[in-house]
Design a protein around this ligand. Structure first.
Ligand SMILES: Cc1ncc(C[n+]2csc(CCOP(=O)(O)OP(=O)(O)O)c2C)c(N)n1
Ligand SMILES: [Mg+2]
Length: 905
């Protein structure tokens, strides 16, 4: 096997010497065995590294703690008190789940995740995580979603929560005011939770980009983030999500030594073992190290150290290396005799090694993740890593359900267990040494007691003192602003209000100009964060490169091939554009970091994430939902929108449904503008709302479609109030005088072309005067309609209100035909609210295909001819014209009435 091109392709300058080294190694293997050989090789490599003889890092190391006992630092805490505090937190975390399920059968919650990770968090709380009370932004801590109970339990001890709060875990509606959300949800507990994590994989990727965004803020001199570390807690099962590990190399490439992943390796996920036949810790080590991370394994608790010291033949190490996780799980539920027989048993040297230990001692040989000293050493090493350039992953081996008793601990079903009977609770109490605090009588009458020490107890004093020293309690979300933001001057928008003066341009081009105007604004400009995956040229946004520069933490170390050109690819450490490469998930994570900076950093940033609209909601919909949970603010710009506007690209590119998906996200303000001035008016209103509006209305984000079809952009109609654009519908053009019939045509986005041409045709050839309306947001109209309907339903006897669409369209004559480059269901959202007039949606239902715009619009039946026919057909259905007139039009526009339904092919 060719192991390394280096040794095979360069000449050997001294073959005799080489052979001597190889012979020595052979001799070692023959005489002392492979373990000794491995030991010597490792020593040699270590020594080489010390002498700056660089050598590619191996990706895996033996199944041992990375930090040896000799290198462990002094533990500065009070071990006794911290153990007490951990026991209280553990108790309350379990109790709130048990209680919740007793009060409401099936309400759920999790015992086992936090039980396995209590020490992982407590070490952080007592010694590392920095809070915000000193006016800084502190650390950013991403908590494993299913460990939320532990955070509530600690907040209870700290007096941030009371009994009644814990009693309302997962009962958010039951109590006027607030219950405790099931998982970390800033949308539901905006003063407590900062980062939603429970959709597996999204916590890790957002933490990673948060660490990167902190560097961006620092390099751009917007905020001093140098003291903030990002801690992300994740499950080992969670590492199977592509989002969890998919962006690791970014962290090392960007030298994010401000980032720490703590992986709770309890070897289990929901159904069973994460890697029954393998070793998840070894696998993760290889992945992280291969990606350039600093990896610290915390596998074995202190009691193993003396055994390892005796392991002269390497038999124990060999056993640890070769035991698969499925077996380790078995040992976690078996008794000492079984462990002696099966783990230590087969090899007499191993059996001898533990001859002095009782069966109980063997059961109590702990995993490293339950050993606060080992954890402290690992966290300390991670925090001292700043300046090394490497992010750190701490892989902690734990037992799922630890301390919860034999029926729960380490069992395959442990994740789902939510109940404990009295006997199990008493056993847990005993295990946690809480007899004094919780005597048997505390459980009388089936009571389920919480426990917290008095405020004048040493335990309480200790824990609050620790938090005080570290900057206050966490998690805590604040929206305290550390910078004032002045909104951009009017001129940035008004330029677009004037139209393009006859020049054919697209709304995308209009937006690019707007973005440049905003970024140029004296005051506001610096807060604009343009985010683009590898698509700027597609959108014509490469024009921003030379002016705003692409953010590159290392600057630009080369002269780009296009350096002599106007639009050269300019990178700089102070660059403003986040050019993310081909990762919509990563770009969304940047959007999240920028869009929540007003809370996490106290600095309002304005992200504009522009992407291929097809690869937005359907590709990263869960991250968009997370943005909604996070209360992120900013603009999602869905470029190359439309099923027929993007020519040629076909089925996987042409988006006719992102607006349908957008309508499922409540805080998302979704718009489908037809003209550049509409884009400007919507962005202007969005900025005012999110950055200067009433506090209760700010936590929204905007989704705007952008098209690449060029046409002359009209000026904003004289006298039009921009607020009418923003509310979702306004009359763009009155019906011409003269024709005897009437109809209203609603258009959105690039469908404006067919609608306007159809209106002209209808007036000229069919005696129909059409008024044209621009429907910028069916989502907004629908939500307004539903709110009115709800109010009417619940307020009988009071003057009934009328939905806006009904007010606007109710008085018109003839049918309403709505045409869009999206699915018919988009305009259909408001059909119900238009009284007394037929409502006909025309849209692009069906899977896309590649062809010209004309061919596509004919195929999807949204071209001029089809719009005309739809209006006439609706008039005929009302009896206003004869069916023959419709047939005539079908013929006139060359429509094949028996063409295949585009939805079916
Ligand atoms: C995207 C996603 N898929 C599935 C789930 C359901 N789920 C919740 S917890 C869990 C198992 C978690 O295992 P692990 O990451 O190892 O965490 P542990 O509880 O063992 O610490 C699963 C599958 C989820 N929350 N998110
Ligand atoms: Mg797990």
């Amino acid at each position: 096997m060719i192991f390394d091109g280096f040794v095979n392709q360069l000449p050997d300058t001294d073959p005799v010497e080489t052979q001597e080294w190889l012979d020595s190694l052979d001799a070692i293997v023959d005489t002392y065995g492979k373990s000794r050989a491995r030991f010597l090789l490792s020593k040699l490599l270590e020594h080489a590294r010390e002498n700056q003889v660089s050598f590619p890092a191996t990706v895996s190391t033996p199944y041992l703690n990375t930090i040896p006992r000799e290198a462990e630092p002094w533990f500065p805490g009070d071990e006794f008190l911290e153990r007490r505090i951990r026991a209280y937190v553990r108790w309350n975390a379990a109790m709130m789940v048990v209680k919740a399920n007793k009060a409401a059968e099936g309400i759920g919650g999790h015992l086992a995740t936090f039980a396995s990770s209590a020490s992982l968090y407590e070490i952080g709380f007592n010694h590392f995580f920095r809070g915000k009370d000193d006016g800084t932004a502190g650390d950013h801590v991403y908590i494993q979603g299913h460990a939320a109970t532990g955070m509530y339990a600690r907040a209870y001890l700290e007096r941030r929560l009371q009994d009644d709060d814990l009693d309302h875990f997962r009962r958010e509606i039951a109590r006027p005011g607030q219950g405790l959300s099931s998982y970390p949800h800033p949308r539901l507990m905006p003063d407590f939770w900062e980062f939603p994590t429970v959709s597996m994989g999204l916590g890790p990727i957002s933490a990673l980009y948060q660490a990167r965004f902190n560097r961006y803020l620092l390099n751009r001199r917007i905020d001093d983030t140098s003291q903030s570390r990002v801690w992300a807690f994740l499950g080992d099962g969670e590492c199977d999500e592509p989002e969890t590990l998919g962006a690791l190399s970014l962290a090392s490439r960007e030298k994010l030594d401000n980032l720490v992943f703590v992986v709770n390796c309890n070897l289990q996920r929901l159904d069973g073992p994460v890697r029954g036949n393998g070793k998840i810790i070894q696998e993760l080590e290889a992945v992280f190290r291969g990606a350039g991370w600093n990896v610290i394994k915390v596998i074995l608790g202190s009691k193993w150290d003396e055994l390892l010291a005796k392991d002269k033949d390497g038999v124990l190490l060999n056993k640890l290396n070769t035991t698969v996780d499925g077996e380790f799980q078995r040992y976690s539920v078996e008794n000492g005799a079984y462990i002696r027989d099966h783990f230590f048993g087969p090899d007499p040297r191993l059996r001898q090694m533990v001859a002095h230990l009782s069966d109980e001692d063997l059961v109590n040989l702990p995993r490293g993740g339950h050993d606060y000293r080992k954890l402290y050493a690992a966290y300390k090493a991670a925090t001292e890593n700043l300046g090394s350039g490497a992010p750190t992953a701490i892989l902690c081996k734990t037992i799922k359900g630890w301390t919860l008793g034999p029926e729960i601990e380490g069992r395959n079903a442990t994740h789902q267990i939510k109940k404990m009977n009295k006997q199990q609770l008493l056993a847990l109490r005993d295990r946690l040494y809480l007899h004094d605090e919780l005597p048997d009588s505390a459980f009388d009458d089936d009571r389920l007691p919480y426990f917290r020490p008095a405020e004048d107890s040493v335990e309480y004093q200790y824990m609050v003192e620790r938090r005080r020293a570290l900057g206050g309690s966490i998690p805590k979300r604040t929206t305290r602003q550390r910078r004032t933001v002045n909104l951009p001057a009017e001129g940035a928008f008004t330029e677009l209000y004037g139209g393009s003066g006859g020049q054919a341009v697209s709304t995308t081009m209009g937006f690019t100009r707007l973005l440049r105007n905003l970024a140029r604004d004296d005051q506001f400009g610096q807060y604009v964060v343009p985010i683009i995956p590898d698509e700027a040229r597609t959108f014509g946004m490469d024009s921003l490169f030379p002016e705003l520069h692409i953010y590159a933490s290392q600057g630009q170390k080369y002269e780009p091939v296009d350096h002599a050109m106007m639009l050269s690819y300019t990178e700089s450490a102070a660059g403003q554009i986040l050019e993310e490469g081909i990762t919509e998930a990563g770009a969304m994570a940047s959007f999240l970091a920028a869009g929540t900076a007003y809370a996490t950093r106290g600095v309002q940033m304005a992200p504009f994430y522009t992407f291929y609209s097809m690869f937005g909601f359907q590709r990263v919909g869960d991250l968009i939902w997370q943005a909604a949970d996070s209360r992120a603010r900013g603009f999602l710009m869905g470029a190359t929108a439309g099923r027929t506007t993007l020519m040629g690209e076909g089925l996987q590119h042409q988006d006719g449904h992102s607006l349908v998906l957008a309508s499922t996200v409540p805080p998302c303000q979704a718009y489908d503008p037809a003209f550049a001035y509409e884009v400007a008016a919507i962005v202007c209103a969005g900025l005012h709302r999110m950055y200067a509006g009433p506090e209760s209305e700010r936590d929204v984000f905007y989704y705007l479609t952008l098209y690449n079809e060029n046409y002359p952009m009209p000026a904003m109609p004289e006298g039009l109030d921009p607020a009418h654009i923003v509310r979702g519908l306004y009359r763009w053009q009155a019906a011409p005088e003269g024709p005897s019939k009437r109809a209203s045509l609603l258009f959105s986005g690039s469908a404006q072309g067919a609608a306007r041409a159809a209106a002209a045709e209808l007036a000229e050839h069919h005696d129909v005067g059409v008024e044209l309306w621009s429907a910028t947001s069916y989502k907004a109209l629908r939500e307004e309609g539903l709110a009115v309907e709800r109010w009417n339903r619940l307020h009988p006897g009071q003057p009934q209100r009328t939905p806006l669409v009904a007010q606007l369209l109710g008085d018109g004559a003839g049918p309403v035909v709505a045409v869009t480059d999206f699915m018919k269901i988009v305009p259909e959202q408001v059909a119900r609210f238009v009284p007394n007039r037929p409502f006909v949606p025309l849209g692009t239902d069906g899977m896309g295909r590649s062809d010209t715009r004309e061919a596509l619009r004919r195929f999807f039946e949204v071209d001029t001819g089809h719009v005309v026919v739809a209006v006439l057909s609706a008039l005929a259905a009302q009896g206003d014209i004869k069916p023959e007139q419709v047939a005539e039009a079908i013929h006139r526009y060359g429509i094949d009435p028996d063409a295949v339904d585009p939805y079916l092919v």
